[in-house]
Design a protein around this ligand. Sequence first.
Ligand code: G3P
Ligand code: CA
Length: 285
Amino acid sequence: MKKSFKTMGALALSLSIMGTGLAGAHASEKKQDDILNVAHRGASGYAPEHTITSYKMGEKLHGDYIEIDLQMTKDGKLIAMHDETLDRTTNGTGQVKDHTLAEIKTLDAGSWFNEKYPEKANPDYKGLQVPTLEEIFQTFGKNANYYIETKSPEVYPGMEQKLEDMVNEYHINKDKLLVQSFSSASLKKMQGIDPSLKLVQLLSYKTPAVLSDAEVQDIKKYAIGIGPNSNMIDKAYVQKAVQNGLQIHPYTVNEKAEMQKLIDWGVTGMFTNYPDLLNEVKKGK
Ligand code: G3P
Ligand code: CA
């Protein structure tokens, strides 16, 4: 059966949360199959990140979730972009917050990819636009699996309420929605606005990561899981999270050997620019 953003992610998440109750080799295979495959900025290893094209490619490659980073324009519109500045992923310059949506819509969000990755270049990428969150919801619908990050929330006061308003306006299925942030304050705002939302605390470590009991208990008050950078965690870290009932989705994992190692350690999902590679690993290829 074809997996898609619309079906597999929520199923995998609910199975992971509930536990499968299976035993032995079958349980192990099932567990591996349930690993959430999060298409990081879409299938951004193959297409310009945070474009509708990249998200569609993520779906085509059977990613379970569309990962979206949010920034906010001068006129208060939520757009999908990783950086606070336009420079890296468009032909514009300057801060997103200093430009209106109309201005940002004139920019080319695809040519940079062709220039940076000539071996993956595609003429169709030239002229791709920066999508709004609204356009993403209009394109993929209310039953897609969205994994949305409030980026730089201190720069964009009110972005949490705008996200909630957009989710409600498009009747997004909240069982299939995950909201992530490095900012615990932003996540707690989201929790205050809508306690039904599933939240994930992103974590960034510069040295080998340790998860303390106090940290686990604090995060569990508002989040269902954590998203640490994959290169600073170890088996003990992963198991501490899982044994305490937290989902754990490391980022950003693009090598098959690392994917398999993390699965063996017990992660419940991961962010990848190459959802096809993660699916190969999950199938034992
Ligand atoms: O959201 C998970 C991962 O994407 C966090 O890092 O910088 O790629 O948003 P970043
Ligand atoms: Ca992100």
